[in-house]
Design a binder for this molecule. Structure first.
Ligand code: PDD
Length: 287
């Protein structure tokens, strides 16, 4: 089956889909994106993803290329045309195509790209055994709350993790606080059983998975605290885990080579993973 992409108002073969070389996304990384999960052909947590897309666009003063209802139709159509049962939808909006000049162009029209692809479920081995993370300096800019396509520091960080034999790199700011991972949010469970993650300020992306897990924790009577933690505290934690749309919720069992807890996925982490997966199935069914 040949894949179809939506580019600047048209459905085109994915193989030949292209934007202009003077697209500002290509030249300046002047754009934003979203990644949504598709479960049983339905979008998961669409409201929160579209709310965050609207916020990212607003912060960069890019006019939405499509009205909300029209965008929702495109998302459904791209899932349908690509016959995605379980997979991912990628949305990207750039400020448009214009002669290269840093300041906003007078007349450029935002360019919307939407793609979809099937994927296998998250590798069960990762959930069963847990993953290792390394810690590295957070080299990113000061508006990480915007889901911008400028991901150079994240790319370098993920590559550093791969080369160290780890799954993810946790980013540490100048004051020693863990902000988040290169493409995931970071969590620990303290000795007292409190679940801790960085507050949703400008230092992190407020993950849609993060928000769902916070809802789950509060609904489950657990203690959820939004505050920063250090690498030292994380290494002493009872449990640790990471979250994102693409990874769902995965146990972290090693940080910089040091085992967390007894080196196996924690009980609360396992429970939260099951509750999160139930949330995905429910959210998709409610579409
Ligand atoms: N990554 N933090 C960063 C820096 C991210 O890039 C992401 C998402 C998250 C988790 O957000 P969410 O739960 O909404 O997926 C946190 C996407 C999926 C990506 O780059 O592919």
């Amino acid at each position: 089956m040949s894949r179809i992409a939506y580019v600047g108002g048209q459905y085109v073969p994915h193989r030949t889909a292209a934007v202009h070389i003077e697209d500002r996304g290509y030249q300046f990384a002047d754009g934003v994106y979203e990644v949504l999960a598709v479960c049983g052909g339905r979008l998961v947590d669409e409201e929160r993803h579209l709310a965050r897309l609207g916020r990212s666009l607003g912060e960069l003063r890019i006019a939405p290329p499509l009205a909300d209802a029209a965008l929702r139709l495109v998302l459904r159509e791209i899932v349908r045309r690509n016959r995605v049962g379980d997979g991912l939808v990628y949305i990207q909006v750039t400020r448009g195509t214009a002669p290269r000049e840093h300041a906003f162009p007078a007349r450029a029209k935002a360019v919307l790209v939407v793609t979809a692809r099937r994927r296998r479920p998250v590798d069960p081995g990762l959930a069963e055994n847990g993953v290792a993370v390394i810690t590295i300096p957070d080299l990113r800019w000061q508006r990480c709350d915007i889901k911008a396509v400028a991901l150079t520091a994240n790319v370098l960080g993920k590559q550093a993790a791969r080369e160290a034999g780890a799954y993810e790199a946790w980013l540490v700011d100048r004051d020693g606080w863990v902000t988040e991972g290169t493409s995931t949010n970071a969590w620990i469970v303290t000795a007292e059983g409190a679940v801790v993650t960085h507050p949703a300020d400008r230092a992190i992306l407020n993950g849609v998975t993060r928000l769902a897990v916070l809802d789950i924790l509060r609904g489950d009577g657990q203690i959820a605290i939004e505050r920063p933690f250090t690498v030292a505290e994380a290494k002493q934690a009872r449990e640790a885990f990471l979250t994102s749309t693409t990874n769902e919720l995965l146990p972290v069992v090693r940080i910089d080579g040091d085992s967390i807890g007894n080196g196996a996925p924690g009980l609360l982490t396992r429970r939260l993973r099951e509750l999160y997966r139930a949330h995905v199935a429910r959210a998709a069914a409610a579409q």
